[in-house]
Design a protein around this ligand. Sequence first.
Ligand SMILES: [Zn+2]
Length: 100
Amino acid sequence: MDMKCMKCSEPYEWFYIRDEILIDNGYDYYDEVKKDGKDFPDLQFKFKRNCYIAECPACYGKKIKQDEKSEANSEMREALADALGDDVDGFMAECEDFGL
Ligand SMILES: [Zn+2]
């Protein structure tokens, strides 16, 4: 299932991020990222707590301009992520259901 970047809405296959980006680069998913979130400048990924994507290579360190709908969707994703906590699968399912 895809998880969209909170900032720019770029979709990423979640298992690809977790298993191939983080673990293959020597980062422990649970210890490094899940608890507090983490910034990986070398990978150009920034994660919020529970591994939600805060910034990705498409938007890392950039100021992006979103239209009103994209901005509203980003805000909805943020609110859902806060509400669902570590239920990342639930988050991705809800986003898909709501078309976020
Ligand atoms: Zn992004």
